[in-house]
Design a protein around this ligand. Structure first.
Ligand SMILES: [Zn+2]
Length: 162
């Protein structure tokens, strides 16, 4: 293996318009054999980075067994008041409402993966920009004729002068 991950393909879907800080959703193929979907490109005032596929932390209603977010106070399904739960806190002391489904365990791997995805994201944005420019210049050769002298006007003017 040449790098921490042998990334053989990256597919980027740039969101247009972006959904807040969420700019794109990607899937990454490892070794032409294993696909990770739903990686996200996020940009905010701290920079542009990737977010791992994640799921909401949930548990089940004691009354009807429906799944609810760990932060929900009432069951979405039956409305029962849910017991007070204590979501685990992340490093900055906020409740952890999402958990990563896959994630790199070495910083080398994280850096490698993020660099590859951001490169693909930048390339995709650039190619979208070119398409937009090509479309705009494609309309330029077909300007509408200026409606200043319609065919009937000279007749009307001459009859009026006569
Ligand atoms: Zn319920």
């Amino acid at each position: 293996m040449t790098g921490p991950l042998n990334i053989t393909s990256i597919r980027v879907r740039v969101l247009s318009p972006p959904e807040g800080s969420l700019k794109a959703v990607c899937s990454v193929t490892i070794d032409e054999a294993f696909v990770i979907r739903d990686l996200k490109v996020v940009a905010n005032d701290k920079g542009t980075f990737i977010a791992m596929p994640s799921r909401r932390v949930s548990d089940r209603c004691p009354q009807c067994a429906a799944k609810n977010s760990i932060s929900a106070r009432y069951c979405n399904d039956c409305g029962t008041r849910l017991p007070q739960r204590r979501p685990t806190l992340d490093r900055s002391g906020r409740p952890r409402l999402y958990v990563d489904l896959v994630h790199p365990i070495s910083s080398e791997c994280r850096v490698h993966l993020q660099a590859a995805i951001l490169q693909a994201y930048t390339a995709e944005c650039a190619s979208m920009g070119e398409q937009v420019e090509a479309g705009a210049s494609g309309e330029a050769p077909h300007p509408q004729p200026a409606p200043e002298s319609p065919p009937g006007t000279p007749t009307a003017t001459s009859s009026g002068a006569t």
